[in-house]
Design a protein around this ligand. Structure first.
Ligand SMILES: [Ca+2]
Ligand SMILES: [Ca+2]
Length: 96
C-alpha cells in the first residue's frame, strides 16, 4: 500500500448509476483508517441497474489517489466482495 506514508489512508466513497454523468453520492472522509463502514440511508438508495463506485484516499498535499473502483448491479449479484490488488470493498444490501 502506498497511500499515506506514516498514517492510514483517509478514505471516501463515490457512487453513481453507470448511466449518470455525475456522481450521485459522495461520502464524507474517514481519516486514518484501514477499514470503514458506510451505511446508505433513504436519501441514497440504489436501484436495479448498473452502478459504478470509486474509493479514494484524500490527500491534503497533491491530488487524491484512487484506491479501488468497479461496477455492479445490486440485484444481479447479491451481496458481494469486490477486490483488486489494493484492497477490498464489501457490499451488503437488502432489496424491497
Ligand atoms: Ca492519513
Ligand atoms: Ca491521505
Amino acid at each position: 500500500m502506498s497511500w499515506d506514508l506514516t498514517t492510514a489512508p483517509d478514505m471516501y466513497l463515490k457512487y453513481a448509476k453507470t448511466s449518470s454523468a455525475e456522481w450521485d453520492y459522495v461520502s464524507g472522509t474517514l481519516v486514518d483508517s484501514y477499514s470503514l463502514i458506510w451505511t446508505l440511508d433513504e436519501s441514497n438508495l440504489m436501484t436495479n441497474e448498473s452502478w459504478d463506485f470509486e474509493v479514494w484516499d484524500e490527500d491534503l498535499i497533491g491530488s487524491d489517489e484512487l484506491m479501488i473502483t468497479g461496477s455492479f448491479n445490486p440485484l444481479d449479484d447479491g451481496a458481494l466482495i469486490y477486490s483488486n490488488g489494493n484492497g477490498s470493498i464489501e457490499f451488503e444490501y437488502t432489496t424491497r
